[in-house]
Ligand binder design. Structure first.
Ligand code: M6R
Length: 365
């Protein structure tokens, strides 16, 4: 049931304040301002020397954000790869390590093959799934649910924000277990997480502006998305979402890589979407952005008030997200990239929920 929405994708984007709350209520003890993991964990975060993550598509970007979180807040080194590469790489693995597989459907063939490889290598196998009665869940030693309800749109939206919410909680749990976070630091991070559903509602309030920007975007042939740090996977997700449902060619790039090649593409016809809320890296990203502006590129900047205050000339459009803690900012930055892709596709009249050539669940390699 699409409710009042034209597409399942819109319904699922708009459900996110609710679905994120649902995920949070599973992982967070709101009163105590602590993360509480209910699943029995067959491993000890304190003893791990490495975490290996594999996934495909949007689920891979969830893992790519989580890599920054586990490394920063738990000082746990993370290896991450798309499952289709991981499975054939035959990476050497230390016995007793932890491998985590992220999959909305729990049925993705490459992710499952990567899981089986890790199980055979003596790894603890953990999965983060939406469908708990799935093959990946069945073959895991521990299953972390994301609890966002069925996702119908082929383009994944609410599953990613739920994956990020669960992964943020796991990173806090790991940080505590590894003695990196004290109780006060944990409480700070948990308060930031608790603030997300309300902030996401406010981010969704930017829709009217985004509709206007999307009309212009729908005329583009190629779009570049730039981000740095945790915003890099969000930039890649923005590009994936746009190409999936609008069929416009888009690429997500690490902002610092711009001058190593892609800047050659920039001209007046090329919209460049810069995902850069204020954080310790924002000045660097904004200076990359100025290089684009200097070459006539049309910049659409996704930032917050503090970020917008530091920007000079050259930005065609600014989309503001609420000012939140750096920790949860990637979840907020996700909202405008979803809405931009959605409204661009609507403006073009494509089949948003069933884009050509795509299946919701990729069960063959
Ligand atoms: O069910 P999974 O999370 O394993 O699916 C992984 C990808 O196939 C999926 O995220 C795909 O990239 C989506 N169509 C993205 O919108």
């Amino acid at each position: 049931d699409r409710g009042n929405h034209r597409h399942f994708m819109a319904k699922e984007i708009y459900e996110q304040p609710e679905t994120i709350s649902h995920t949070l209520s599973h992982y967070v003890d709101m009163g105590a301002e602590k993360v509480s993991i209910r699943e029995t964990m067959p491993f000890d975060f304190a003893k791990l020397t490495r975490l290996t993550i594999s996934a495909c598509g949007t689920a891979y970007f969830a893992g790519a954000v989580a890599k920054y979180w586990f490394e920063r807040y738990a000082r746990l080194p993370v290896d991450i790869d798309v499952a289709s590469e991981f499975r054939y790489r035959e990476p050497p693995m230390e016995m007793g390590g932890l491998s985590l597989f992220i999959s909305q459907s729990g049925e993705t063939a490459d992710t499952l093959a990567a899981l089986r490889y890790c199980a055979a290598q003596g790894q603890h196998v953990a999965s983060l799934v939406n469908t708990q009665e799935s093959t990946i869940a069945r073959e895991s030693d521990v299953v972390f649910p994301i609890l966002c309800g069925p996702e119908i749109g082929v383009a994944s939206t609410k599953a990613l924000s739920a994956q990020l919410t669960a992964l943020a909680s796991l990173a806090i749990a790991a940080g505590r277990a590894r003695g990196v976070l004290n109780a006060e630091q944990e409480a700070d991070l948990v308060r930031a997480l608790i603030s997300v559903p309300n902030a996401v509602s406010r981010a969704l309030g930017q829709e009217d502006r985004i509709v206007e920007i999307a009309k212009k975007l729908s005329k583009a042939k190629d779009v570049l998305y730039l981000g740095r740090g945790v915003m890099f996977p969000i930039a890649m997700e923005g590009a994936l979402k746009l190409k999936e449902i609008s069929y416009i060619h888009a690429e997500g790039y690490a902002a610092g890589e711009l001058k190593h090649g892609p800047i050659a593409l920039v001209d007046e016809a090329m919209p460049v979407i810069v995902v850069a809320p204020s954080d310790e890296l924002v000045d660097k990203t904004l200076s990359n952005m100025q290089e684009v502006a200097a070459r006539g590129g049309k910049i659409i900047l996704i930032t917050d008030e503090a970020g917008a205050a530091t920007v000079g000339q050259g930005v065609a459009e600014t989309i503001l997200i609420p000012q939140v803690s750096n920790f949860v900012a990637p979840i907020l930055a996700l909202i405008p990239v979803q809405l931009l892709a959605y409204h661009t596709a609507v403006a073009m009249g494509t089949d948003v929920d069933q884009p050509r050539n795509l299946a919701k669940s990729v069960t063959v390699e």
